[in-house]
Design a protein around this ligand. Structure first.
Ligand SMILES: Cc1cc2nc3c(=O)[nH]c(=O)nc-3n(C[C@H](O)[C@H](O)[C@H](O)COP(=O)(O)OP(=O)(O)OC[C@H]3O[C@@H](n4cnc5c(N)ncnc54)[C@H](O)[C@@H]3O)c2cc1C
Length: 461
């Protein structure tokens, strides 16, 4: 049922008419996110600018039982901000102010719609560092990062979004505003509600402000690229680096298909005749960086790397890292439909998982390019397919299921960073088990008894 004229008038009264979009051509850009083969038109889009507007909008939505899908930049890869039919999309991209940088406490307070890049730039302008760096950071919002608990290329050494969230302002589905967390480094008063909202995928509340931890900027960095004729050699290099008790800030991997697509797209001079490539970055004190880089170079060579290139300056390092960041976009150019997954396993099971993905591609006659955060055990097998080909899509689904089953069998998870959304919800019960599913459903019911926030995501209602 379409949204009523009365509701649309009331919404316009809260945010002003120009911030309520209802025309088809205005709604289309909000009818999908970064997830392949998923689209649904919303009833309307509301662009909020203040927390008090979000409060009024949620009160109205709760009273009228209108579904609300919160949206940052819509770069999500599990269908989290995909509209439900006739829902209200609450877009926070205009709530993008950097509110306070506290040098004494090393914290940054921002509105949820600020981009990850703006957060990183604000920290850098003060000589500080905000490490989480999802590949989408130029456009993704910090609210979306918190809602998905996003990772990034520096996760191995510095951790993920959760490790930098000190406090959150959240508007609950009935319009009540809740602050959880503060600038204290230690605080164990009560349940950590902050942790509950991190990774809640828009199903428990609308995050409007985020208090982030910043750290000192590393003084030096070195970037290495190692190429291999055999995938197993690259996997062994990763294991050996970790076993040598070196934790580089970045330890990323590209397979042959991805290397070719990236080189075609980014033209950074990657060799095209290799099976695997590792992008390795180490940062910290200059002496430690030099020593770690030298040891990793030896380990790479010892494992049969054909070539190890050390970036000669910052510009080359940035170019090489940018090439890795472009992996998804580069793969997306070669097939009409690109489905990117994020099966994740303990690091010790990486080589087995990579072999399984390759065998699955062969078995189902599919093209898969794999890249990912190898140091985190987080792989992105990316299906290069065509959603119009029903037979091929059927084989893609079977391959997915087999890959997730294998990840679980190896002690891994169905998603390392992209979230459950709609894309993984069928796999969640098997992964989480009955007790966890019951507790998660009950938490949702307690916070959102009318089920207005992002219905149908993570679970069926
Ligand atoms: C090219 C590319 C590269 C990527 N690389 C990475 C990567 O390296 N690591 C990684 O983890 N992810 C990556 N992603 C996935 C995606 O960018 C992240 O999930 C990101 O955090 C989503 O941010 P967003 O602002 O686009 O959120 P959206 O896509 O708009 O929303 C994502 C989810 O969060 C909810 N949400 C958004 N804002 C709020 C809020 N303020 N309050 C409550 N709920 C909210 C939505 O309802 C939805 O469920 C990549 C995506 C692309 C397209």
């Amino acid at each position: 049922m379409a949204l009523s004229q009365k509701l649309l008038t009331d919404l316009a009264g809260i945010v002003s008419p120009q911030n309520v979009l209802t025309e088809k051509e205005d709604l289309i850009p909000y009818s999908f996110d970064g997830t392949a083969a998923a689209q649904q038109m919303p009833g309307c889009v509301v662009l909020a600018k203040t927390t008090s507007q979000v409060v009024a909008l949620l009160k109205l939505a709760n009273q009228t039982r209108t579904a609300v899908v919160t949206r940052g930049s819509g770069t999500g890869l599990s269908g989290g901000s995909l509209p439900t039919p006739d829902c209200l999309v609450l877009c926070l991209a205009k709530m993008d102010r950097v509110l306070e940088l506290d040098r004494a406490n090393l914290t940054l307070l921002v509105e949820a719609g600020a981009t990850t890049q703006a957060v990183s730039d604000a920290a850098a302008a003060a000589g500080l560092f905000y490490p989480p760096d999802p590949g989408s950071m130029k456009i993704s919002t910090i609210g979306g990062n918190v809602a998905e608990n996003s990772g990034g290329l520096r996760g191995l050494k510095y951790g993920i979004t959760r490790n930098y969230v000190m406090g959150l302002e959240v508007v609950l589905p009935d319009g009540e505003v809740l602050w959880t967390g503060n600038k204290c480094v230690k605080d164990v008063a009560g349940y950590s509600l902050r942790d509950l909202f991190i990774g809640s995928e828009g199903t428990l509340g609308v995050i409007t402000r985020v208090l982030l931890k910043l750290i000192p900027k590393p003084a030096a960095k070195k970037t290495l690229v190692a190429t291999y004729g055999d995938m197993a050699q690259a996997a062994q290099t990763v294991s050996d680096i970790i076993a040598a008790q070196i934790i580089p800030c970045t330890l990323e991997f590209l397979d042959r298909t991805t290397i070719r697509c990236v080189e075609d797209f980014a033209k950074v001079g990657l060799p095209l005749d290799c099976e695997a490539l590792l992008l390795i970055e180490t940062d910290g004190h200059p002496a430690a960086v030099a020593e770690e880089a030298a040891r990793m170079l030896d380990l790479a060579k010892h494992n049969g790397a054909r070539e190890v290139r050390v970036a000669k300056d910052d510009a080359e390092a940035t170019r090489l890292a940018a090439a890795r960041r472009s992996a998804f976009s580069a793969l997306a150019r070669v097939a009409p439909t690109t489905i990117l997954e994020d099966a994740t396993v303990p690091r010790s099971a990486l080589a087995a998982m990579i072999r399984f993905v390759e065998a699955t591609a062969k078995k189902h006659r599919l093209r898969i390019g794999t890249f990912g955060h190898m140091g985190d055990g987080n792989l992105h097998p990316t299906f290069l397919t065509d959603e119009r080909n029903a037979d091929e899509m059927h084989r893609v689904e079977s391959a997915f299921k087999e890959i997730f089953d294998e990840a679980i069998r190896l002690g891994g998870t169905i998603t390392g960073e992209h979230g459950v959304g709609v894309a993984k919800k069928a796999f969640l019960p098997k992964f989480a088990g009955d007790a966890q599913m019951r507790v998660m459903r009950e938490l949702r019911k307690a916070l959102d008894p009318n089920g207005i926030l992002n219905p149908g995501k993570m679970f069926d209602s």
